[in-house]
Write a protein that binds this ligand. Structure first.
Ligand SMILES: [Zn+2]
Length: 119
């Protein structure tokens, strides 16, 4: 398990070490600059309740959570719980080997699909 902690350390999640992450160019992800690692919520040890502030907008499908103290974005969750999927911001994980990580580009602003890397 890898720990994903915000800068001040108030928000800490634990999740299996990712082998690939996603960068998305949608209106919020490009602002946040996150590299998302996706999980089933059952795989993730969640932070202490009350340490994050959620941000919800638009069709209200997802809540983006940031630390109440230092503001670092730590994860997103499905609001209705219907999707067995959440994402952890892997940039908050210390000690990841970014040289070996597969970094996939998702065109969330346009085609809403992955941009495949050249072979
Ligand atoms: Zn913090």
């Amino acid at each position: 398990m890898m720990e994903a902690a915000c800068h001040c350390g108030a928000v800490r999640l634990s999740a299996p070490e990712p082998t690939q992450v996603t960068e998305c160019n949608c209106s919020i992800c490009r602002r946040i600059g996150a590299r998302w690692a996706y999980y089933s919520p059952s795989e993730v040890k969640m932070p202490q309740p009350g340490t994050t502030q959620p941000y919800v907008w638009g069709d209200r499908m997802l809540a983006f959570h940031r630390c109440k103290s230092c503001g670092c974005v730590t994860h997103w969750q499905s609001l209705d719980g219907a999707r067995d999927r959440m994402a952890v911001n892997a940039r908050n994980m210390d000690g990841l080997d970014w040289e070996r990580m597969r970094i996939r580009q998702f065109d969330g602003a346009g085609a809403f699909k992955y941009v495949e890397e050249p072979a």
